[in-house]
Design a protein. Structure first.
Length: 130
């Protein structure tokens, strides 16, 4: 079932949003300071391309507290929000509205909304299989 949902997802907005995440990764990478976010954005591009069968969780749940889950994580999230997060969240919101127009698109709209929230505040979170 995840395979079918992922194929439909790619057609209904997943490919465009994955490209958006890759663009954010590229822009972060060319500004040397943004390299930590660039790697994370590439991982998120994969999640934005194939979200069904995976979920985002806090890293504290998986490995306990670390550098990105405390105060530095909050600063990192604030920087991410200003530099790229709100653009990606806006893209996911627009995709969610376009998918919500049809009944078949409602599950995809919900997935876009979850990804929009993740796009705003990703530092300190990771992707795991369901």
């Amino acid at each position: 079932m995840n395979l079918i949902l992922n194929v439909l997802w790619i057609v209904l907005g997943g490919a465009w949003m994955a490209l958006g995440w890759l663009l954010a990764a590229f822009l972060m990478a060319i500004s040397i300071i943004g390299l930590p976010w660039a790697r994370s954005a590439v991982v998120m591009a994969g999640y934005a391309l194939l979200p069904f069968g995976f979920r985002a969780v806090g890293r504290e749940e998986i490995s306990g507290p670390d550098f990105g889950t405390g105060g530095f994580g909050i600063v990192g999230n604030l920087l991410w929000l200003v530099l790229a997060g709100w653009w990606l969240a806006l893209g996911h919101l627009i995709s969610a509205v376009l998918n919500a127009v049809t009944i078949i698109g409602l599950p995809f709209a919900w997935a876009h909304l979850k990804l929009a929230g993740f796009a705003l505040w990703p530092v300190g979170r990771t992707i795991v299989e369901r």
